[in-house]
Write a protein that binds this ligand. Structure first.
Ligand code: ADP
Ligand code: NI
Length: 224
């Protein structure tokens, strides 16, 4: 019952989200995490499902960089549902560990539960859905699609990553194209292969169109 209640609560809360952190994202992470957990020894299905459902409840990106906002909001909800303290503490810890924190920052997991939820969240950041979500997020933040004069960088701290205002295409080099090598579970690594290839093809085609190489092929003049 607690899982159903949590799903209904989150579905309602995220019904009108337009930055890519919408209910369909959370529902996919929930379902993929559940499927990965079924193949991963040592996972606790209740902790996995609750953490997946609650992982974006109060994302630091929308709470002035406060990365305890998520665990705190999850705790308040779970307390209201009389969930035992031991379960709450484990769900909070998974939520703390799930987020990407910059290319140069390791994001180790301390439990199989955190491994599958982090993998499920990252799978939803790559592939066609990942492309869509990245540009939705960039649009939400008023970012340009691309600017060749602003090269990608490797963020060496969470603070640096949080402060980035770079064009959206940079996010592929600064995060998305690296995710397949940072997955924990074999099942997630298998799922990531096709999504990664799709993103590589997307970026290559984007840059060809940006430079109008295909137009030049029609015999037209290239613009400076
Ligand atoms: P994470 O917990 O790793 O930050 P989320 O599930 O919260 O991931 O989703 C963040 C989504 O927003 C992802 O699809 C991610 O790629 C996208 N996103 C985050 N930062 C940026 C950015 N600077 N530019 C474009 N997309 C971004
Ligand atoms: Ni997420």
């Amino acid at each position: 019952m607690i899982i159903e209640n949590t799903a209904a609560f989150i579905q309602e809360k995220f019904a009108t989200e337009g930055s890519g952190h919408d209910w369909p994202h959370i529902r996919r992470v929930w379902q993929v995490a559940r499927a990965l957990a079924a193949q991963e020894p040592g996972t606790d299905p209740e902790v996995v499902e609750l953490a997946a459902l609650l992982h974006d409840i109060a994302d630091w990106k929308f709470h002035n960089g406060d990365y305890e906002a998520g665990p705190r909001a999850a705790r308040a909800w779970l307390l209201s549902q009389q969930v035992p303290e031991a379960t709450i503490a484990r769900v909070e810890q998974v939520i703390r560990e799930v987020s990407f924190k910059g290319l140069g920052v390791e994001t180790p997991v301390s439990s199989p539960d955190a491994a599958v939820v982090q993998d499920a969240d990252r799978l939803d950041a790559i592939g066609a859905i990942g492309v869509g979500r990245a540009f939705a997020y960039g649009g939400h933040k008023g970012r340009p699609l691309h600017d060749p004069a602003t090269p990608p960088v490797s963020h060496e701290s969470f603070a640096q990553y949080q402060q980035s205002t770079a064009p959206t295409l940079n996010h592929f080099y600064e995060k998305l194209l690296h995710l397949k090598d940072r997955l924990h579970t074999p099942a997630a690594r298998t799922l990531a292969q096709e999504r990664h290839r799709f993103m590589e093809a997307f970026v290559a085609q984007f840059l060809r169109e940006w430079d109008s190489e295909d137009v030049a092929g029609l015999g037209g003049q290239r613009l400076a």
